[in-house]
Design a protein around this ligand. Structure first.
Ligand code: GLN
Length: 447
């Protein structure tokens, strides 16, 4: 049924980079045979899942929506993909994204721009826009994205679905093509909180292949999901309600907060005084790490190699110049500059210090509250082309999501209403590290 929906509607939505037609059917048949034989089935038996094209999938092209990885077929599965397969899920396809996950609209894909299923003139958000749109348009029941500065929560918000950015270290990044390794996390997109909790149970946990994955037991998120949250204290940071926040978005968030009050929660004013530095710090740390991570795309090991004749260094430069898009090149240059001798103290090291202050702000706020709430994004979905030639305006789409990644804490976006023009609005929940269990329960209360 989902393959038929993709055939029918993906022309319009443009969510997929690659669809696993016959292979998906073959896997479904194997699972069906298993069911008939009475064998024990996994928790996701028969559930089709769409995967962001930044995650390696054995035998299936993985492009990061970049020309530089054209033709690259990974010889192994990312740990999250292996875990989904072990749970008997069916990989249905790979989804479009901003090239190397750099962007907030999927307009930076080297191949195509995904459309927002609520309004095809608008973007679905990004960088995991294909995964969000696939679920919102019912082309897949669930999907995976990645979030380095908001790339799960912002598209979830703009597409009217649930998306979680787990605590740094909760989910293995092995097999995720790195953008900014100290910020990247993988997480699910779903229609409701239950499905999200279920996927989190499957993909979370220690992995010897990822030294930053944390060896802590994974709670049975689905089991406790409907337990009452006693004495819930919600922190409302004043910095999330300032200039630039659309009035309709603000009204929807305030209404949601009132709902929580009715459900017995207490609203507490908190402050995150270093919030205004988050975007600046992010664009130093993320570009610095990206410039280093992307050095491996040299035109030699995989993907595109220039056809022009050149010596070794010239081949690197031409291959990279031809195949990296503009935004990726901009970030490599910014990051290389921030790391260069003579500038690294002024930029990179300074940014790391402010990053610590941002983390300290959250530690202080979480002494007074259990969860922080505010908008996920300052506006609802914007029009295709509206911000694509203004990188700064685009960077501000993540003003409320970025500090979560810098602090390594967990965050989630849940639908909380619509604008007058029928565009979804998302409420963001932020929780202390490894407190996903309570955060999911708090989100569930609102459904
Ligand atoms: N929009 C942000 C960026 O362009 C965040 C992207 C992400 O989370 N992958 O870097």
């Amino acid at each position: 049924a989902f393959l038929a929906s993709i055939a029918d509607r993906d022309q319009k939505v443009q969510a997929f980079m690659h669809v696993e037609g016959a292979n998906a059917k073959a896997v479904a048949a194997v699972i069906d045979a298993k069911r008939k034989s009475g064998a024990k089935l996994g928790a996701l038996a028969g559930v089709p899942i769409a995967i962001k094209d930044v995650l390696c999938t054995k035998g299936i092209p993985t492009t990061c929506s970049s020309k530089i990885l054209e033709g690259f077929v990974p010889p192994y599965d990312a740990t999250v993909v292996a875990r989904l397969k072990a749970a008997d899920a069916i990989l249905i396809g790979k989804t479009n994204m901003d090239e190397f996950a750099m962007g907030s609209s999927t307009e930076n894909s080297a191949y195509k721009t995904t459309r927002n299923p609520w309004d095809p003139e608008r973007i679905p958000g990004g960088s995991s826009g294909g995964s969000a749109a696939a679920v919102a348009a019912c082309l897949a029941p669930v999907s995976l994205g990645t979030d380095t500065g908001g790339s799960i929560r912002q598209p979830a918000s703009l597409c009217g679905i649930v998306g979680i950015k787990p605590t740094y270290g909760r989910v293995s990044r092995y097999g995720m093509i790195a953008f900014a390794s100290s910020l990247d996390q993988i997480g699910p997109f779903t229609h409701d909180v239950y499905d999200n909790a279920l996927l989190m149970e499957i993909i979370s946990g220690f992995d010897p292949h990822d030294a930053t994955s944390v060896n802590q037991p994974v709670p049975a998120y689905t089991k406790t999901l409907n337990d009452k949250v006693e004495g819930l204290r919600i922190g409302v940071p004043k910095e999330f309600f300032g200039e630039g926040l659309d009035s309709e978005v603000e009204a929807a968030i305030r209404t949601a907060l009132k709902e929580y009050e009715k459900l017995g929660a207490k609203l507490i004013d908190v402050s995150l005084p270093h919030s205004s530095y988050a975007v600046s710090v992010y664009y130093i740390v993320a570009t610095a790490e990206a410039s280093s991570n992307l050095a491996r795309f040299d035109g030699m090991h995989y993907g595109h190699r220039t056809k022009q004749k050149a010596d070794l260094i010239g081949t690197y430069a031409k291959s990279r110049g031809e195949a990296f898009g503009k935004e990726v090149q901009r970030r490599i240059m910014l990051g290389t500059y921030a790391l260069s001798s003579g500038y690294k103290d002024a930029y990179y090291l300074k940014a790391l210090k402010v990053r610590r202050l941002i983390k300290n702000d959250f530690d202080a706020a979480f002494e007074k509250c259990d969860v922080i709430m505010g908008p996920t994004a300052p506006t609802a979905a914007f029009k295709k082309g509206e911000k694509s030639d203004n990188p700064l305006a685009m960077y501000l789409s993540d003003i409320y999501t970025i500090s979560c990644n810098l602090a390594g804490i967990a965050g989630l976006s849940i639908p909380c209403g619509f604008t007058k023009t029928n565009l979804p609005i998302g409420l963001q929940l932020l929780s202390p590290p490894f407190d996903e269990e309570r955060m999911l329960r708090v989100a569930r209360m609102y459904e």
